[in-house]
Write a protein that binds this ligand. Structure first.
Ligand code: 13P
Ligand code: SF4
Length: 307
């Protein structure tokens, strides 16, 4: 079915394990948001089926206008994207014209179009460090925890928009400290969208891809993970002998799963491939796309220059 459509699945680590397995088995990719963007651009398929949230589909379309970009739903939002509407954000930027505008990939095409740079969590510290070394002052949006983390790592002058991820914002430091007492030999991995106290307790902090890498590199047999629990599919595959535990979002329980990523299932993708019209095409007008392309292209060039 995919071959017939000359299509490939580009999936995020937070999608259902069945969706990740399908992407892998059919020559697609399972990756963090930077690698998803790179994969879509490099692959020769004329159709990209993006299994992730809407900003990931939009990024694929902005970078590859000649490709058909499909998603099983256009309702898969992201609280960071929703927390940073284009108009007030543009007004905020207009109040600080001297600052370089850096936005996280988790934003709409319109917000990207207002930015000088787009960045993902895997290269955020490196990019801000570089801009700071050039004497630039920064506007950072939308994630306040990631902005705070990057500011503390680099010492850069950052004015930060105050949105948050509804999944990572919920990790609780006191419950995590208790859990660490129960598993004293466990390493803690945290995505930098988590609150500062959680990040400070972590042995490794990074993008989803970097956390999987850290799980492999750390010597610990037990690992507590502060990010969406669907990442366990790839973590366990990479480290079959290690035990993974999700970090708590309340005293003794957790619900660390993105409700929008959960909209993807094997069923919705299979149905979409079978029935005409069940997959939704991402379209972005040319003028907006061209403006959003520039800061995304800068991100990819910067990423290539440091890795
Ligand atoms: P990554 O770039 O680390 O994959 O993060 C995307 C995301 O939405 C995290 O919540
Ligand atoms: Fe957005 Fe958070 Fe879901 Fe990631 S986990 S897509 S940041 S809401």
């Amino acid at each position: 079915m995919l071959e017939k459509r000359n299509a490939v699945i580009v999936a995020h680590y937070y999608t259902d394990p069945d969706v990740q397995a399908l992407a892998e088995e059919t020559g697609g990719c399972v990756a963090d948001s930077l690698e998803m963007a790179r994969f879509g651009s490099r692959h020769s398929a004329s159709t990209l089926i993006v299994a992730g949230v809407r900003f990931m589909g939009e990024t694929a379309k902005i970078l590859n206008p000649e490709k058909t970009t499909l998603m099983t739903t256009l309702k898969a939002e992201c609280s960071l994207d929703l927390g940073c509407p284009a108009k007030p954000f543009a007004e905020f930027c207009d109040q600080h014209p001297e600052r370089t505008v850096v936005v996280y990939a988790n934003t709409s095409a319109a917000v990207k179009a207002r930015a000088d740079w787009v960045v993902t969590s895997s290269i955020a510290v490196e990019l801000i460090d570089y801009l700071d070394s050039q004497g630039q002052k920064i506007i950072w949006a939308p994630d306040r925890h990631l902005g705070n983390y990057v500011q503390r790592k680099t010492g850069a002058d950052i004015l930060c928009w105050q949105a948050a991820c509804i999944v990572h914002d919920e990790f609780k430091i006191q419950a995590l400290q208790k859990m660490k007492m129960l598993y004293p030999n466990a390493a803690i991995l945290a995505h930098p969208e988590s609150p500062a106290a959680v990040v400070d307790l972590a042995d490794a902090v990074g993008s989803t891809g970097q956390l999987i890498q850290a799980a492999q590199n750390l010597p610990n047999q037990q690992i507590i993970v502060a990010t969406d629990k669907s990442i366990f599919y790839k973590m366990q595959q990479a480290c079959p002998d290690k035990s993974f535990y999700i970090a708590p979002t309340a005293a003794y329980r957790t619900c660390a799963h993105c409700p929008w990523m959960a909209m993807y299932s094997l069923k919705t993708i299979e149905q979409g491939l079978k029935k005409e019209g069940e997959l939704h095409e991402i379209s972005i007008n040319d003028e907006l796309r061209e403006r959003a392309f520039k800061p995304l292209e800068r991100m990819l060039s910067f990423a290539a220059s440091i890795k």
